[in-house]
Design a protein around this ligand. Structure first.
Ligand code: MN
Length: 252
């Protein structure tokens, strides 16, 4: 059976990504799936998209789901096409990313799917997660790209840190309510350790914040980790850790 290697948010951390693929001994026979948010924060956004393009060619299968950061940069392109200028409120980090992105990067981001099914492992890869009780095809783009803490049947999702302190029990993290049928592999929420259950696998180790980059190899059921390089300027060390799923906490 072909191995599938799921990898959490790269956020411009190309060196770490290459080190992690080496540590996994990834070859053209493996299917590597990046869980979105290749761009912003870290030093090499353009290089991370080039890596995804190379992987896709090598493995002959799609290599990345779209993240909310790719969505944001596609939005900038749409705004520029419509208004003839970029939004006035674009921050310096997004500007720095734009300077690395070429037309073929935007074309590639437009082709990124919102989810990738891996039937041989009963898995589906998405960026942020999925709303419980609904098939993947029925999910909204908003949920697939952003979902964190939810209060069903409300559709709204909140960052764990933005749930009012007295209401945390009312706003569980989506993964605690997900009941399949697929096992959902996701990134987006920076966790203090890999979240691995029968139903969900969370793999954003916060590499761009100087924490870790994580890969999960199926069917070996093994997590491989490499250390993030020096913490970036906008690191999240100051953020509170909030328990979101059993003993796993999120920094967002
Ligand atoms: Mn994200």
């Amino acid at each position: 059976m072909r191995r599938t290697i799921f990898i959490g948010d790269l956020h411009g951390c190309l060196d770490e990504a290459e080190e992690l693929l080496d540590a996994c001994k990834a070859t053209a026979q493996d299917w590597v799936i990046l869980l979105g948010d290749l761009v912003d924060r870290g030093p090499n956004s353009g290089g991370c998209i080039d890596l995804a393009m190379r992987l896709e060619k090598r493995q002959g299968a799609v290599a990345c789901v779209r993240g909310n950061h790719e969505e944001r940069h596609l939005d900038y392109e749409d705004i520029k096409a419509r208004l003839g200028r970029l939004p006035h409120n674009m921050n310096a980090g997004h500007q720095a990313t734009r300077e690395q992105l070429r037309p073929e990067h935007y074309d590639f981001m437009r082709r990124m799917p919102l989810f990738i099914r891996v039937p041989e492992h009963g898995a589906v890869a998405v960026h942020a997660g999925a709303y419980p009780g609904r098939p993947i095809e029925a999910q909204t783009e908003r949920h697939l790209l952003h979902i964190q803490s939810i209060n069903p049947p409300e559709e709204k999702s909140l960052w764990p840190s933005r749930v009012p302190k007295g209401e945390r029990a009312k706003w569980p993290f989506w993964s605690t309510l997900w009941d399949g049928p697929e096992r959902v592999f996701f990134g987006h929420s920076v966790l203090n350790k890999p979240l691995v259950t029968d139903r969900v696998v969370g793999l954003d180790g916060g590499a761009c914040f100087g924490k870790e980059l994580w890969a999960y190899i199926a069917p070996d059921n093994r997590v491989v980790s490499v250390k993030g390089r020096a913490a970036r300027k906008d690191d999240n060390r100051g953020r509170e850790l909030i328990l979101v799923h059993e003993d796993v906490g999120a920094y967002s």
